[in-house]
Write a protein that binds this ligand. Structure first.
Ligand code: FBP
Length: 552
């Protein structure tokens, strides 16, 4: 591997841990809290997870632990989209395993969940791991999006574990991957295989969160990376004063990334999907909102600005949401007939014919490029691939048309020139910020304690994250408490409920109170690049979201 100077320097970084995990291992014990129930669909979840339903939360505290040094082989899987810090979860898990007993082994299943099914694995040794510490990416063992759901897959997973002598598997993933973890844990328990499964909360999207999972890892670094880029574009816009930049930001359905970047950079406009859904704003309504702000800035001589657009926006515009749901069902229920269509025109005709009248009308008015994007393959979990829908271009086109109308009516005097951007992959493999480096290392270290305490079907939880690392609280929560039943590929399935932006939460409330001023005046903030070395107020700041959520 060719190494950059920063990469070499980061190898020497020693991530911080919660104080409790720095104690001698035989003085750390799990303390059980209250039994848990999911917020919705409790009966259905209980039926599907009879062995792992309703377990207690866990916190690690000081005590006497005689079992901690018993020999252990653990498997690890990286699952789903990359998120900065994955290598540090593995480093934390490895270091804790070896500290407990140098004979312990860590086995990496390669290429995501398919690695455990196909028995594609490698032993992670100290030398092998050394090149990956405190670096971004998932390239140490690779990742994938295979869904673990069939009896055959479970049997093969069990066989791989037995072959490698693995007594526990850590699945590092987002909501869908941790749903896999819960299903696998239940299968192993039902089978008396003795194999434990622990999940770790990963996703730049920030939509895997609750009281015990304050943030998923990667969100901090990804939003800081995007905010640096947005700030640079704001500065360019403010210098040239001739473009409106429409920036689509990754994040799947939830708008956490767009909201966090808005809080960091104070753009002229930021759309928040959850608000648009609540207000039932139509696509034309969204375009009018944007066009009115552009017109009002133009009246003051400001023919420039920056607009943040969450990746999942179209799924929240009521009429487009219904359209997408109908297309999802159609593509799974009439897959064979659809596959017989030759060419795009026939596909469009097939879809239009089988949609409800309202959805057919919406589908017809969309630009051809967007129609094609709505019909693209779903991911293995049945999700429409929103990162491939070019909402930024759609909005530039529709806003341009609206402004042309307004010009004719005399309500807009100005020049409109739109530039589109999509920031997503740029942030997923950045060197983890100090926060993510520490948080991920702690999540992995903590996962070892959950395993050594005999837990299964739990997610590693490290909380109180707005405080210094020494004050973080380490423990675990049963994955089933985060689940509900949702329709996937036309069937009701148990899944972890996605946490969307709360419109009464502190981050959105702050944004809503300031956005009119950011639209009216130019109030851009330029955060600059992530800093790894230097004063704590620059290097160790958490996201604005976390800071606002945890302000007492
Ligand atoms: P996860 O939910 O697996 O963490 O993935 C996050 C994400 O980056 C989304 O923001 C984005 O929509 C999606 O992955 C893109 O998927 P892919 O990597 O398959 O293009």
């Amino acid at each position: 591997m060719n190494l950059s100077p920063l990469q070499k320097a980061r190898y020497a970084y020693q991530p911080k841990l919660p104080a409790i995990l720095c104690q001698p291992f035989d003085t750390i014990v799990p303390v059980l809290g209250a039994k848990t129930t999911p917020e919705a669909d409790a009966d259905a979840i209980k039926k599907l997870f009879p062995h792992t339903y309703g377990m207690e939360t866990v916190t690690f505290q000081k005590g006497s632990n005689k079992n901690i040094r018993k020999p252990l082989n653990v498997g690890v899987i990286l699952s789903g989209g990359q998120a900065p810090g994955g290598h540090n979860v593995i480093s934390g898990l490895f270091d804790a395993l070896k500290k407990a007993n140098p004979e312990n082994k860590l086995i990496g299943f390669k290429g995501g969940p398919s690695g455990i099914i196909e028995d594609n694995a490698v032993e992670i040794t100290a030398d092998f791991l050394a090149e990956f510490r405190n670096t971004g990416g998932f390239d140490i063992i690779g990742s994938g999006r295979t869904k673990l759901e069939t009896e055959d897959q479970f049997k093969k997973a069990q066989a791989s574990c037995i072959k490698w002598g693995v007594q526990a598997v850590v699945i590092i993933g987002g909501d869908d991957s941790n749903t896999n973890a819960a299903v696998l844990a239940e299968y192993f328990k039902n089978n008396d295989s003795g194999i434990q499964v622990i999940g770790c909360p990963k996703t730049i999207d920030g939509d895997l969160k609750n009281e015990s999972i304050e943030v998923s890892f990667g969100f901090d670094t990804a939003t800081k990376t995007y905010s640096e880029l947005i700030g640079n574009i704001e500065r360019d816009a403010n210098s040239a004063k001739k473009y409106w930049h429409f920036i689509k930001l990754m994040g799947r359905s939830a708008s956490h990334i767009a909201l966090e970047c808005a809080l960091q950079t104070q753009p002229s406009i930021a759309l928040i999907s959850e608000e648009i859904e609540k207000n039932k704003t139509s696509l034309t309504g969204v375009v009018e909102y944007i066009a009115n702000i552009i017109a009002s800035r133009a009246a003051k001589g400001m023919n420039f600005g920056v607009i943040l657009i969450p990746e999942g926006l179209v799924e929240f515009i009521p009429e487009v949401k219904v359209l997408i749901e109908e297309i999802n069902d159609l593509l799974s229920q009439k897959a064979e007939a659809y596959a017989l269509c030759t060419g795009v025109e026939e596909q469009f005709a097939f879809i239009t014919k089988n949609l409800s009248a309202q959805s057919a009308t919406v589908f017809t008015i969309l630009p051809e490029g967007i129609k094609k994007q709505l019909l693209m393959d779903r991911d293995p979990h049945g999700n429409v691939q929103v990162s491939r829908i070019e909402t930024d271009k759609l909005l530039i086109e529709m806003t341009g048309n609206k402004l042309a109308e307004m010009k004719k009516e005399g309500t807009y005097v100005g020049k409109f020139s739109g530039q589109n951007h999509f920031f997503g992959y740029e942030g997923r493999c950045a060197f983890p910020s100090n926060f993510d480096a520490d948080y991920c290392y702690s999540l992995g270290f903590n996962a070892f304690f959950l395993i050594a305490s005999g837990m299964t079907g739990y997610m590693s939880s490290v909380k109180n994250l707005a405080a210094p690392a020494a004050e973080w609280v380490a423990g675990g929560i049963p994955i089933t408490m985060m689940m509900n039943m949702e329709q996937r590929n036309g069937q009701m399935k148990p899944v972890i409920k996605k946490a969307l932006v709360e419109l009464d939460g502190a981050p959105f409330t702050y944004f809503a109170a300031h956005r009119a001023e950011w639209a009216e005046k130019t109030s851009f903030v330029f955060p600059g690049a992530i800093q790894y070395y230097g004063p704590a107020e620059v290097c160790d700041i958490t996201t604005r979201t976390l800071a606002l959520e945890q302000t007492k």
